[in-house]
Design a protein around this ligand. Structure first.
Ligand SMILES: *Cc1c(COP(=O)(O)O)cnc(C)c1O
Length: 379
């Protein structure tokens, strides 16, 4: 490859920055010059712009996606003993906050094609103590929300959407209504971690809701439980998005749809290159949701995944496994109910999935090199 070609990365934030550098530098310098670092005008503007983009009544910015999930559960007044159902196949943060608040995480296996909560298993896991379901829109595609929302309604459960990987994805209901990921349940929780689809240059997160009272409560809890300065109605946390990050996010939000389109172009290239391959299953697309490809994740069969990783590493191509160990087999989440074999789909996925570079700046030369390199492993 030519000297000017950058090394292939899982996520190339530098190349993305190069294209928006003038805008970003000006915006960041403005915040520094104004010295309004916390609760500044950029945070207020970003909140409004994201509300408009999502069609959500309230967006409440906070410090990161994990905090967003925690504050959501606090605002819903979930208490120790309450059970919260979530997917065994997810990033740890989803289950972590459930445990941290003293609630009981109830893990459920996923659909082998879409990685969403298996609804039959969710229904079987519901007890009188169940208070909420946390669907995870994993890798950038929405869970099939319509039946999940119906099930939640039937059992009077809150739905907290973990939309950390799927900001901007659209879900279409059977009546034709289209909604953004995170705006369908009781509360949506997202992350602006740098590598996320809408990433800032540090940590950031947000909660969305269409419920006015809940919106006020989320805001209050994120701000030390105060609605009026120095008046504390409940125990809260300190979880803020800072003004510099908000200034960056305002710029990147304007590019979000174009970034999703770029990710989809790369995904289409990968799909075509790996179509009908005997050892590789390409991502299964939902006919109800768009995909924003936070990750491009394949399922492999009948080969050694570590050998593929080594083969690619020798060619300077990164490959990652999201996620190598199911939650129920992690030491922190051990539970007598959950033994090896308890969640066969997740266990199989963790042993066989692999993700290839996916970001907004991939070019055809890189895609060609990556796909040819993967395919040459099987020759
Ligand atoms: C990234 C992520 C989170 C946590 O977000 P942070 O901002 O890193 O705290 C939660 N859930 C999922 C599915 C994620 O991918």
């Amino acid at each position: 490859m030519s000297a000017t070609t950058t090394k292939i990365q899982m996520v190339d934030l530098r190349k993305q920055y190069d294209k928006i550098q003038a805008e970003i530098d000006t915006a960041v310098l403005n915040v520094i010059r104004n010295t309004q670092f916390i609760n500044g005008p950029e945070v207020a503007a970003f909140k409004q712009e994201l509300e408009t983009y999502l069609g959500a009544k309230h967006v409440i910015p906070c410090a990161n996606g994990t905090d967003a999930l925690q504050i959501a559960m606090m605002a819903l007044e979930l208490k120790p003993g309450d059970e919260v159902i979530t997917a065994d196949f997810t990033y740890v943060a989803t289950a972590e906050v459930i445990g941290l608040l003293g609630l009981t995480p109830v893990l459920v296996d996923v659909n082998p094609d879409t990685y969403e909560l298996d609804l039959k298993l969710v229904e079987a896991a519901i007890t009188p103590n169940t208070k909420a379901i946390v669907p995870v829109h994993l890798f950038g595609q929405c869970v099939n929300m319509e039946p999940l929302l119906k099930l939640a309604e039937k059992h009077n459960l809150y739905v907290i959407e973990d939309v950390a990987q799927a900001i901007g994805a659209d879900y279409t209901f059977s009546d034709g209504t289209v909604k953004k990921a995170g705006t369908m349940g009781t509360i949506g929780c997202t992350s602006f971690f740098p590598s996320k689809n809408l990433g800032c240059y540090g940590d950031g997160g947000a909660m969305y809701t269409n419920d006015d009272a809940l919106g006020a409560k989320l805001k209050m809890i994120a701000n030390h439980g105060q609605s009026v300065q120095y008046v504390h109605d409940s125990i809260g946390v300190n979880s803020r998005l800072d003004n510099i990050q908000a200034a960056i996010l305002r710029i990147k939000l304007r590019h979000l749809d174009e970034y999703a389109a770029a990710r989809n172009r790369s995904a289409a290239y990968y799909d075509k290159a790996f179509a009908n391959h005997p050892n590789i299953k390409t991502p299964v697309r939902s006919n109800k949701s768009t995909h924003v490809f936070h990750q491009y994740t394949l399922v492999g069969s009948d080969f050694n995944r570590d050998d593929l990783k080594k083969h690619l590493a020798a060619l300077d191509i990164p490959m990652m496994v999201y996620y190598p160990i199911p939650l129920h087999l992690q030491k922190a989440y051990q539970d007598s109910r959950y033994k090896v074999g308890a969640f066969p789909v997740t266990e199989k996925l963790c042993a066989s999935v692999f993700s290839l570079p996916m970001h907004t700046e991939m070019d055809e030369e890189q895609l060609k090199f990556i796909t040819e390199s993967v395919l040459s492993f099987f020759k």
